[in-house]
Design a protein around this ligand. Structure first.
Ligand SMILES: Nc1ncnc2c1ncn2[C@@H]1O[C@H](COP(=O)(O)OP(=O)(O)OP(=O)(O)O)[C@@H](O)[C@H]1O
Length: 257
């Protein structure tokens, strides 16, 4: 009912001439209502160039919905989302990507999943081949290039999903609990890919329940509760002592939220 778009989040021609900035991304007073429920309730959020922002919050706080709204998969009931002051258009959509908790992969080989994205970019044949090798290497997937994606392990599938998202060289990458079902080693592999993308200039907005991961990755934390951002802070300050009682309770593992 809420979904307005279903295709892969990755449709971008890479190496597009990026004449105009798309950041900051700003959400003001976002509301998402359905069946009389306010699932997102006046959310304000910004993502600046170079950000690595982690969204924390209890189950049902509206974290996934917030990402989907920002990525353009859902349309807000009220409020505004602007990219460098403008509404999202096809150009903005091409320059951002999203990775979901459950990888959404094509029923093709590992390599073909990547090539699907590369084909949509105006690359020469040799450049496309080289880029495919780069991405397979980046994801530690070279040895799995010909294996059907559905036969990959959970960690391998998620590595593929992340490098496929990176194939379009997104300026903004949204990640919704990308390591929720992965073991520690697979989690660290995904975190390394996220750090690398961030180092290359991609702004990151990550939802996670893994507080270790949040501490390792976050430069900034946004804490959501009942569809609102109740706290935004520099990561070290947040983990040293959140200002809001609700965030303190969450960090303390208080389940009576
Ligand atoms: N398509 C939908 N239709 C109706 N309600 C929905 C829909 N999607 C989510 N919700 C409700 O909106 C609220 C927020 O959902 P959301 O998935 O954003 O939470 P979350 O913070 O990501 O939670 P979790 O940490 O458990 O993943 C929940 O109460 C959920 O049941």
């Amino acid at each position: 009912m809420l979904r307005v778009e279903t295709p892969f989040a990755l449709t971008a021609p890479a190496a597009a001439v990026r004449a105009r900035p798309i950041l900051p991304l700003e959400a003001r007073g976002l509301v998402l209502e359905t069946a009389g429920r306010r699932l997102v309730d006046g959310l304000d959020l910004e993502l600046q160039p170079g950000a690595l922002t982690v969204i924390l919050g209890p189950n049902g706080a509206g974290k996934s919905l917030a990402l989907r709204l920002l990525h353009g998969l859902l349309r807000p009931t009220a409020g505004a989302i602007t990219w460098a002051g403008r509404a999202a258009d096809a150009d903005v959509r091409r320059r951002q990507a999203m990775v979901f908790q459950k990888p959404v992969l094509l029923r093709r080989s590992t390599a073909a999943n990547l090539d699907y994205v590369l084909k949509r970019q105006s690359l020469s044949r040799s450049r496309r081949r080289a880029r495919l090798q780069e991405l397979l290497t980046l994801g530690n997937l070279l040895h799995l290039a010909r294996v059907p994606a559905r036969l990959l392990s959970g960690g391998e599938q998620q590595r593929l999903a992340v490098v496929r998202a990176l194939a379009c060289e997104p300026e903004v990458l949204f990640l919704d609990e990308p390591t929720a079902s992965l073991d520690p080693a697979a989690t660290l592999a995904i975190e390394a890919l996220i750090e690398r993308a961030h180092g290359a200039g991609t702004a990151i907005l990550l939802v996670t329940h893994d507080l270790g991961q949040a501490r390792r990755l976050a430069r900034e934390v946004v804490f959501l509760h009942q569809g609102r951002a109740v706290e935004k802070a520099e990561a070290a300050a947040f983990f040293a002592g959140p200002r809001s009682a609700i965030a303190r309770a969450y960090l303390a593992g208080d389940l009576a939220l």
